[in-house]
Design a protein around this ligand. Structure first.
Ligand SMILES: Cc1cc2nc3c(=O)[nH]c(=O)nc-3n(C[C@H](O)[C@H](O)[C@H](O)COP(=O)(O)OP(=O)(O)OC[C@H]3O[C@@H](n4cnc5c(N)ncnc54)[C@H](O)[C@@H]3O)c2cc1C
Length: 471
């Protein structure tokens, strides 16, 4: 049976497909503008579901995501339910912990509960009288020319619905995007990285967090790593990122303990040996995919946002934040073009594609930075140099992480600026090193040390070495 989603209003009907994080937020943005909004979600209503299936338990929310929440009046509420993380806490093999701050004093990212955030967003969308929620509606197919969508229900029944604008927010494996793939001049790429991820829970100890809570804990081990984010119930969710082939090598409980003993010994007493042995085999490791496409729209009838447009690997903590920013960017363009979809949709593609592609690339880059570079002394030194220069020249030198996480600098501009800054700083460091060597040599030539004293010290040195060898 076909029904028109229109409700006799003068406003157009917007169908948001997908009631995940970006879909639920987008429903608020469109409803706020007065459109008749229909949200279609394939799952049951997660606010009533007993078990909520889905990806990561918690997420890092940062500036871009917060700005989007602010637009719909939710920022304060969500921030109050999150846990600030001011720095990465690097755990070395010997158990030593060293913090690397994310930015200036007072700058932090927030650990938020994914399910709770989704619930809050759905509730917020529902408060608009011009929004209708349709759970248990899985988009099966749709027609780009007519805007007619076919949904299947759990009982197998089908429903056809028409809308003026279809907003595809149905995630990395988007059913909306499938229609784009059938069209000419649609660029699409999908890359699975060789690593998978597995979540493990670190319980509280005596009712308190088992580790310092205001940090994103990282155990970088070069080809793999584990991270841990704090939750409000004082647990930590630990996520182990590792090549699938390494996950598969571990087949018994004893091998789990052996592996943790070798690479993450400090976590065994905190997670608990029995829990580790049990939880490691609870679910298989999950895959991570990066999706890029272009354009994001078809005519004036359909647009993709969030993971449906750009699934990124999770290593910059920007997937959701970028998806939330999609909603603000679209909203800003709606203002600019007076809500004329014929102009808004192509402009959205023009503006947003380079930025989303840039964050997809950055996330891939950070995949190596987090598990390997943070172990390098040069990397830590450069981070300090960047931070010091930023302190003295806050407008000229801005660390990449700061631009991405604490500002709304366009992602592709942040990348360009980062390359420029790197060139300038590296040249500056090279010049300083050359200057130091030349200056030192000049001083030595000008004030040559007494050669006899040097010979005596060399003789003493030799005696000491011989003494050492005979010890
Ligand atoms: C391990 C991990 C950690 C992450 N950490 C972070 C982080 O710290 N910070 C961050 O910003 N991002 C993070 N991300 C990325 C973030 O999870 C995603 O970018 C975000 O969930 C995208 O939201 P979305 O609404 O676009 O898609 P989704 O969350 O995938 O939601 C899509 C929705 O569409 C529904 N749906 C699917 N198909 C259909 C259909 N055919 N019909 C109707 N409905 C449908 C789904 O049921 C779902 O509810 C992480 C991702 C992973 C995997």
């Amino acid at each position: 049976m076909e029904r028109s989603a229109s409700r006799q209003s003068r406003k157009k009907v917007v169908a948001v497909v997908g009631g995940g994080l970006v879909g639920a937020l987008n429903a608020c943005f469109f409803a706020k503008r007065g459109f008749d909004v229909e949200l279609f979600e394939s799952r049951e209503d997660i606010r009533r579901a007993k078990i909520v299936k889905g990806r990561s338990i918690n997420l890092a929310l940062s500036h871009r995501g917060r700005q989007a929440l602010k637009h719909v009046g939710l920022e304060e509420k969500i921030v109050a339910q999150g846990i600030p993380m001011h720095a990465r806490m690097i755990h070395s093999l010997d158990g030593k912990q060293s913090p690397i701050p994310y930015g200036r004093k007072g700058q932090y990212i927030l650990s938020v509960d994914r399910a709770n955030l989704n619930k809050e967003l759905l509730t917020a969308a529902e408060t608009y009288p011009n929004t209708k929620m349709n759970f248990d509606h899985k988009l099966q197919d749709w027609n780009a020319e007519t805007g007619l969508m076919t949904f299947v229900r759990l009982d197998g029944s089908k429903e056809q619905v028409k809308a003026d604008l279809i907003v595809g927010c149905d995630g990395a494996f988007s059913a909306v995007r499938k229609q784009f793939l059938r069209r000419s001049r649609f660029d699409y790429s999908q890359t699975y990285i060789p690593h998978g991820y597995m979540e493990l829970t670190m319980p509280p100890i005596n009712g308190e967090f088992a580790m310092k809570p205001n940090y994103l804990h990282i155990w970088p081990r070069n080809t793999f790593m584990m991270i841990a984010l704090p939750n409000l119930d004082k647990t930590f969710t630990c996520t182990l990122f590792m090549p699938f082939e390494d996950f598969e090598k571990i087949t018994t409980g004893d091998e789990v303990i052996e592996f943790f003993q070798k690479y993450f010994p400090d976590t065994i007493p905190l997670i608990g040996a029995d829990t580790l042995q049990r939880d490691y085999f609870r679910l298989p490791a999950q895959a991570m995919v990066s999706v890029k496409c272009n354009p994001y729209h078809i005519g004036d009838t359909c647009v993709l946002m969030g993971d449906a447009a750009h699934a990124v690997v999770p290593f910059y903590g920007q997937g959701m934040n970028a998806g939330f920013e999609d909603c603000i960017v679209f909203d800003e363009i709606m203002d600019q073009f007076n809500e004329d979809f014929r102009a808004v949709l192509p402009e959205y593609t023009r503006v947003r594609v380079p930025d989303d592609h840039a964050i997809a690339d950055l996330a891939m880059y950070n995949y190596i930075e987090m598990r390997a570079h943070v172990n390098s002394k040069w990397f830590i030194f450069r981070k300090y140099v960047d931070n010091i220069l930023h302190f003295f020249m806050p407008k000229t030198i801005i660390p990449l992480y700061t631009m991405v996480t604490f500002t709304r600098t366009r992602y592709h501009e942040a990348v360009k600026r980062w390359h420029w800054q790197n060139k300038v700083i590296n040249r500056g460091l090279l010049l300083s090193a050359v200057g130091a060597v030349l200056g030192g040599s000049y001083l030595l030539i000008k004030n040559p040390p007494d050669i006899n004293k040097l010979i005596v010290s060399a003789e003493k040195m030799w005696d000491r070495l011989v003494a050492l060898r005979t010890l």
